[in-house]
Design a binder for this molecule. Structure first.
Ligand code: FAD
Ligand code: FES
Ligand code: FES
Length: 494
């Protein structure tokens, strides 16, 4: 049996809604239904951060707090959670949260419009990191745009918000005028835990949130035309920007097996609904050469909602994770009903937006092999901005040397073809050869046989190809230890 109303906590109250369009966004609900207008709409596509809110989930005896973009988050996905908006932080104007006080005192609220989003991203940082470095502050604000370029006072506020804090003014004690410690909040969320899945119906639109994989697989088999919804950071824009009608959504975010992340002696097993925020530290610990790629993947609010599975299944030619996962030999476990099969990721994409999944089949998990000792794995993202930008080109390499010779070289690229794919001619030009400048020059020339790049607003075909060849050269120099990292980190000095 499934429940047909959604329930979540807002300012200490449980809100229950039983008749709502499943694609109504959290932002629309706040501003239009509740008239709660502190949270702003800038872009409605997850880019500017004006709409940032924080969602709290019970995590054992504690709360995990994450900033998300309310403009592209569908309301049913916050079922069972606590929603915290800028209004939640200050019961009245004379009782500001330390983050807000720091912004006032450092003149960090300039236009005012983007400020609630900055407040909420800083609040999430304040709650998760007691002593952030400058880089951690920059990374936490990567999804908040200040169009008047007034980042200096905002960063000064972030650095001093901890000095502003005193326990009496902390929201966990005083917010909403009632004493509430984290335990009480966890208990309240525990009372919202469901025994059954969720099934909403509104005006011919359906939203299903099953709780286990058997129910999920069966539902999708019955509704092969339904849209599988994970973090919604791609799908949200289909609704807000393309105004697409999504008749039936089946949500992965409550399915325990799809949320599982497991390390075995041979693999990292990543359920398709694991968020990027959860999987990236595990992946980067095994493959440190992927650190910069994932730091530059969208922004914290997008990574808090978006999943690795969604990135792979969406299959955009400019998706960032796939090139890296291809060179490390990742495979996909696909499932239809009770039947599973495993497929190497580099055999998954056939053409632009065409992949190997049959109707009713879905991505269950991603299997990422543990690293081979001695292999070098790197990925490079080339985009106009360091933060929160889509790649013009994204490359990845895996290199295993045997003395001076190349025992195994793999390279994959996004942004150059209708799908992310391996550079097989380039690989052939390198495998078995001396790892030298001359070999790399021959391989750079061979890239032209692997890809016929497109021209678009991100880069022309010619620039894309030349950039890719230069990125390969750069990788070679990095393996020789002959590049100064501070010069080559795309303009941001570390
Ligand atoms: C502002 C912004 C910045 C972004 N920056 C980047 C970036 O830097 N790099 C990048 O690569 N991407 C970027 N993206 C795109 C997006 O965030 C990623 O592709 C993300 O990983 C999608 O995951 P999701 O869980 O949100 O997928 P969703 O939007 O929920 O789904 C995406 C697609 O995958 C399908 N799907 C999801 N799960 C499954 C499953 N288990 N089985 C079968 N199909 C499934 C859905 O049906 C849909 O077709 C950005 C997006 C935004 C809005
Ligand atoms: S309104 Fe710009 S990110 Fe949501
Ligand atoms: S303070 Fe809002 S755009 Fe700069």
């Amino acid at each position: 049996m499934s429940d047909s109303s959604i329930r979540f906590v807002l300012d200490g109250e449980v809100i229950e809604i039983d008749d709502i369009d499943p694609t109504r966004t959290v932002l629309q609900f706040l501003r239009e239904d509740l008239g709660r207008k502190g949270t702003k709409e800038g872009c409605a596509e997850g880019d500017c951060g004006a709409c940032t809110v924080v969602v709290a989930e019970a995590n054992g005896d504690d709360l995990s707090l994450r900033a998300i973009n309310s403009c592209i988050q569908f309301l049913p996905t916050i079922d069972g959670k606590e929603l915290i908006t800028v209004e939640s932080l200050a019961p009245d104007a004379n009782d500001l949260h330390p983050v807000q006080r720091a912004l006032v005192e450092h003149h960090g609220s300039q236009c005012g419009f983007c400020t609630p989003g900055f407040v909420m991203s800083l609040f999430a940082l304040y709650k998760s990191n007691a002593n952030p470095s400058r880089q951690e502050i920059d990374d936490a604000l990567a999804g908040n745009l200040c169009r008047c370029t007034g980042y200096r006072p905002i960063i000064a506020a972030a650095q001093s918000m901890y000095e502003e804090a005193d326990p009496q003014s902390d929201w966990l004690r005083q917010a909403f005028g009632t004493a509430q410690d984290p335990k009480e909040r966890v208990e309240r969320l525990d009372r919202l835990v469901r025994k059954d899945g969720l099934a909403l119906e509104h005006d011919g639109h359906h939203f299903f949130a099953p709780l286990d994989i058997a129910a999920f697989a069966e539902l999708y088999k019955q509704h092969p035309d339904a849209t599988i919804l994970a973090g919604g950071t791609d799908i949200g824009l289909w609704v807000t920007k393309q105004h697409r009608e999504l008749e039936t959504l089946i949500y992965t975010g409550r399915v325990s097996e799809l949320k599982a992340l497991e390390l075995t002696s041979s693999h990292i097993e990543v359920g398709s609904a694991v968020t990027l925020t959860d999987v990236v530290p595990v992946l980067v610990k095994q493959y440190p050469g992927l650190d910069e790629l994932f730091r530059r993947f969208a922004s914290p609010p997008i990574r808090n909602a978006g999943t690795l599975g969604g990135n792979i299944a969406n299959g955009s030619p400019i998706g960032d994770s796939m090139a890296a996962l291809m060179v490390v030999g990742a495979s996909l476990v696909l499932r239809r009903g009770g039947k599973q099969r495993e497929l190497p990721l580099d055999a998954f994409y056939h053409d632009y937006q065409v992949n190997d999944m049959a109707p009713g089949e879905f991505l269950e998990r991603i299997r990422i092999p543990m690293p081979d000792p001695g292999a070098i794995v790197r990925s490079q993202k080339w985009s106009k901005r360091f933060d929160q930008d889509i790649s013009a080109v994204c490359t990845a390499y895996r290199l295993q040397l045997d003395g001076d010779k190349v025992a195994d070289f793999q390279m994959a690229c996004g942004g150059l073809a209708p799908v992310v794919k391996r550079a097989t001619n380039c690989e052939q030009a390198i495998n078995g050869q001396a790892w030298s400048r001359e070999t790399v020059e021959r391989a750079a020339a061979a890239l032209a046989q692997d890809f016929i790049p497109i021209s678009d607003m991100r880069a022309s075909a010619d620039i894309r190809m030349r950039a890719t060849q230069n990125l390969l050269r750069r990788f070679f120099h990095e393996t020789q230890g002959s590049l100064d990292e501070t010069v080559y980190t795309y303009g941001r000095q570390r």
